[in-house]
Write a protein that binds this ligand. Structure first.
Ligand SMILES: Cc1cc2nc3c(=O)[nH]c(=O)nc-3n(C[C@H](O)[C@H](O)[C@H](O)COP(=O)(O)OP(=O)(O)OC[C@H]3O[C@@H](n4cnc5c(N)ncnc54)[C@H](O)[C@@H]3O)c2cc1C
Ligand SMILES: Cc1ncc(C[n+]2csc(CCOP(=O)(O)OP(=O)(O)O)c2C)c(N)n1
Ligand SMILES: [Mg+2]
Length: 356
């Protein structure tokens, strides 16, 4: 994939589940598109006029890409060809072999304005995200927490990821590299998935460092799995992001259905006490420094560990309803959006196209 991207100067998007297919730091890898996505990923999906679709079965693809784009689709199962949207050139083939043949047959391309703009758009996005790494905003933002996690997790770490805003934050803020692995409940979106997934990972790979990452709602659904971790003496670090809401749904109610919030608030809960009651080691983190101290302590024990991060109630930047482009969007809405997400330093894709 990397070779194809380099040779033909094509930016790469992946499905959410394929995060890790390339190192996140590869400049032309823009992440995913949709709601669980990066800003450049979501923009490029709509900006492209050619998609080479490699082993991808994303259910809502039709909504995430330029409907007029031409599609070359490679899939190993014939039932997948044209399943999600029309394919102009369907190829029934193994992705690796097909890409190899395409790379060998094709001529190297010069970098187009589109390619250059995509890379600049990603740089702008990464820089913007990085600007919050040492934020002392209280309650803490996700960026400082993921900065510690990125620096602490080994090159062979495994992450069991729950369902909720953790999908968005994990997608954007974890720099997958080397032999790291991760899993979430893709098509079924089953909350409560994180802790049992981490147990499965630790049993299958006992010599690797394993993390479960969950929201407070998702963790509440299967928190008794801490008992299993204690019973079988599994050294798993369970991070619970407590924002006292079913945040992913709160954001949908605000942005999609524009309704008064309904049934999303969760009571403040002391997850560290809950976990200690079950026999795990547990910590509460309200700042980056406290999270770092808890992660350091977690490296020094063989027991299961829980870290309850008291996270901001602010929702992640939405890629589905962005108002950032004054060329065609209402300035009042842009001002409101930019203020809400502290997005003053983010520029729209059209800006980078003009520069390229
Ligand atoms: C809360 C939540 C929100 C989500 N939001 C998004 C979102 O915004 N955007 C998004 O992209 N996803 C999102 N997802 C994930 C989404 O629901 C799907 O699970 C995911 O996109 C499917 O990924 P996939 O197509 O790579 O994998 P799969 O569904 O496993 O499909 C793999 C495809 O590859 C083919 N294949 C396998 N092996 C080969 C081979 N050797 N050669 C060629 N073809 C092969 C298969 O036949 C199949 O068609 C979300 C999930 C959750 C939990
Ligand atoms: C079993 C189950 N019930 C409901 C949902 C719908 N749903 C998706 S995300 C979400 C909220 C997740 O809340 P939380 O775990 O607190 O994470 P947050 O988004 O607040 O970080 C809900 C209710 C689901 N995916 N699975
Ligand atoms: Mg929550």
């Amino acid at each position: 994939m990397k070779e194809a991207s380099d040779k033909f100067k094509m930016p790469v998007l992946s499905s959410v589940l394929a995060k890790g297919v390339l190192d996140d730091k590869f400049p032309a890898y823009l992440g995913s598109t949709g709601r669980v996505a990066s800003k450049p990923g979501a923009e490029i999906g709509f900006g492209t006029d050619l998609i080479v679709w490699v082993g991808n079965d994303v259910p809502f693809s039709i909504f995430l890409f330029n409907k007029k784009a031409k599609v070359i689709q490679i899939d190993i199962e014939s039932t997948k060809l044209g399943k999600r949207r029309h394919a102009d050139v369907p190829m029934l083939a193994d992705a690796k072999k097909a890409l190899r043949a395409i790379i060998d047959a094709g001529k190297e391309k010069e970098a187009s304005s589109f390619y250059k703009a995509a890379i600049a758009d990603k740089e702008n996005w990464v820089k913007w995200q990085d600007s919050f790494k040492d934020s002392d905003q209280m309650p803490v933002r996700p960026e400082p927490i993921f900065d510690v996690l990125n620096k602490t997790a080994s090159d062979r770490a495994i992450f069991g990821v729950d369902v909720g805003n953790i999908n968005i934050n994990f997608q954007r803020l974890v720099d997958m590299h080397d032999d790291q692995k991760w899993v979430t409940s893709g098509k079924y979106a089953t909350m409560g998935f994180g802790a049992p997934a981490a147990i499965a990972a630790k049993v299958a790979f006992p010599d690797r460092d394993v993390y479960s990452l969950s929201g407070d709602g998702g963790f509440a659904m299967l928190m008794e799995e801490i008992l299993t971790q204690v019973k079988y003496n599994l050294h798993i670090v369970n991070v619970v992001f407590s924002n006292e809401t079913l945040g992913y749904i709160e954001a949908e109610q605000t942005d999609d259905s524009h309704q008064p919030l309904s049934g999303v608030d969760l009571p403040a809960t002391d997850w560290a006490t809950v976990a200690k009651g079950m026999g795990a080691e547990a910590y509460t983190a309200t700042t980056k420094a406290e999270f770092q101290a808890a992660m350091d302590a977690a490296q020094k024990t063989d027991k299961p560990v829980l870290i309850d991060v008291k996270l901001t109630h602010e929702m992640p930047f939405t890629t589905e309803h962005m108002f950032i482009d004054s060329a065609w969007q209402d300035q009042t809405k842009i001002d409101e959006f930019v203020k809400k997400y502290q997005a003053q330093d983010l520029k729209p894709f059209s800006y980078f196209m003009k520069q390229a």
